[in-house]
Ligand binder design. Structure first.
Ligand SMILES: CC(C)(COP(=O)(O)OP(=O)(O)OC[C@H]1O[C@@H](n2cnc3c(N)ncnc32)[C@H](O)[C@@H]1OP(=O)(O)O)[C@@H](O)C(=O)NCCC(=O)NCCS
Length: 416
């Protein structure tokens, strides 16, 4: 079946350039009679492991039956599976066409079926690595989170095309769900350098050199001062970042006879990601972070890590002033060492409104989170992202707002 013939048959000429790469490779590798993810049993298995609900599974099965009646749709589904999971240099996932003219109202199910085809790949990789099957199953549930986003966006069954690329992390054995959150090892790219006192355990973050801040110590483009970090063999001088997430302009000096650098750009860290789904109670966050520390220590002992880090709208300190239906996010923030990150004004808003760009006047207002953030934006406030780190050695202090306590002592008593 030539590419042109298939594309013409499916009436997808407008998407030809996005779908052309690797077509012949897919054609020659096409399993007969069907790829496993297009069999009734294969789909049911994948959907169950991905955590999809009964209504969604019903819709997927109906669409599967329509796909397997059409040789060209089978070939397209197999091709999309390959583009997504085998050809990781392929970048046009967002340009994949709508199939509403072939599959009707539930056309989004096509790409959700393709996404679910990652399950056996993840299972195989995790088996090789010796990952517990419960973690494998939890990890695959990201598909249900993404399907939830699609439902919030459109009301239908599917998966946002802009999130497909993220799925490549799972069969690669990079990203794992451990309780409420997901984690992978990455190189730290935050704008801070963290020092810890050898005897008192006091932990302070200094700004990296040459960064621009506004008067309140955030990185939102309204620059009023620049950081200067001076590294000498025996001492370091720089501007302190409060664990409350803003930089302070005055310079402090640390004597390296007493202070160890425990985190700096380029260090391997456990990078946290927060799947959609609410329920960010403090105990769940603590349990998840504790599980991450132990998992990566056991699975990847060759890559020592000292911290969990994350950059997200979820660590935006403005949330302190935005009334939400629960204070889960603010409580979580208070346990962490927050730091500023470069913000453009739209950081992470897609995850709240599923629109890009967001217009606060017309943005969806279905949940208290959407209503509160839309109101905040409509008042003319400039939205920010935020960053956080948490040292693994401090997990025993989680729940005590450890960094804020230390900071209060520092402000009261000065440096040890
Ligand atoms: C951040 C998040 C986990 C909220 O956690 P939480 O504060 O414990 O959430 P709660 O369960 O208390 O819900 C708070 C409100 O947010 C709403 N909410 C939850 N998830 C949501 C989502 N994905 N989009 C929009 N609103 C959401 C809830 O419906 C609730 O509103 P309600 O009071 O009207 O019912 C949640 O917003 C979420 O899942 N976000 C998407 C994931 C994300 O943004 N990840 C980071 C990417 S950088």
């Amino acid at each position: 079946m030539s590419f042109e013939r298939a594309i013409n048959h499916l009436e997808l000429a407008a998407a030809a350039e996005a779908l052309r790469p690797y077509w012949d490779t897919s054609l020659s590798s096409r399993p007969r009679p069907l790829p496993a993810f297009l069999t009734k049993e294969g789909l049911a298995h994948n959907a169950r492991i991905c955590g999809l609900d009964a209504d969604t599974m019903h819709t997927l099965e109906a669409i599967r039956q329509r796909i397997v009646e059409d040789e060209h749709l089978i070939q397209l589904a197999w091709h999309c599976h390959n583009l997504l999971f085998s050809h990781t240099d392929y970048e046009s996932l967002r340009q994949w066409p709508s199939l509403d003219h072939r599959l009707g109202e539930h056309h989004g199910a096509f790409y959700l079926i393709v996404a679910g085809s990652m399950v056996p790949l993840v299972a195989e990789k995790h088996q090789q690595l010796g990952v517990d099957t419960q973690i494998t199953q939890a990890t695959c549930k990201q598909i249900a989170s993404f399907a939830g986003n699609y439902k919030r966006m459109t009301g239908g069954v599917g998966i946002p095309l802009r999130q497909l690329f993220w799925l490549r992390h799972y069969p690669a054995g990079r990203l794992f769900r451990l309780g409420r959150m997901e984690y992978m090892i990455k190189s730290f790219a935050g704008p801070v350098r963290v020092y810890r006192h050898r005897h008192t355990d006091q932990t302070v973050a200094l700004c990296e050199d040459g960064l621009s801040f506004n008067a309140a110590g955030f990185m939102d483009g309204q620059d009023t001062w620049r950081s200067a970090l001076e590294l000498e063999p025996n001492r370091v001088r720089g501007q302190l970042i409060s664990p409350q997430g803003f930089a302070q302009q005055h310079t402090m000096e640390l004597d390296l006879a007493d202070w160890d650098c425990v985190l700096q750009p380029g260090d391997s860290v456990i990078d946290m990601h927060i799947p959609a789904g609410g329920g960010m109670q403090l105990e769940k966050c603590r349990d998840s972070m504790t599980a991450a520390a132990s998992f990566f220590g056991q699975m990847f002992p060759e890559t020592p890590v000292q911290a969990i880090v994350c950059s997200s709208w979820i660590f935006n300190t403005q949330l302190e002033a935005i009334p939400l239906s629960s204070d889960n996010l603010v409580q979580f923030q208070r346990e962490l060492y927050l730091f500023p990150v470069t913000s453009r004004g739209d950081d992470g808003l897609w995850f709240i409104f599923f629109q890009d760009p967001v217009d606060p006047k017309t943005a969806p207002r279905h949940t208290s989170l959407q209503r509160a953030v839309a109101d905040f934006l409509a008042q003319g406030n400039q939205w920010r992202g935020g960053g956080m780190f948490f040292l693994l050695d401090h997990l025993q202090h989680f729940g005590l707002q450890y960094y804020r306590q230390q900071s209060a002592a520092l402000n009261r008593d000065g440096l040890a």
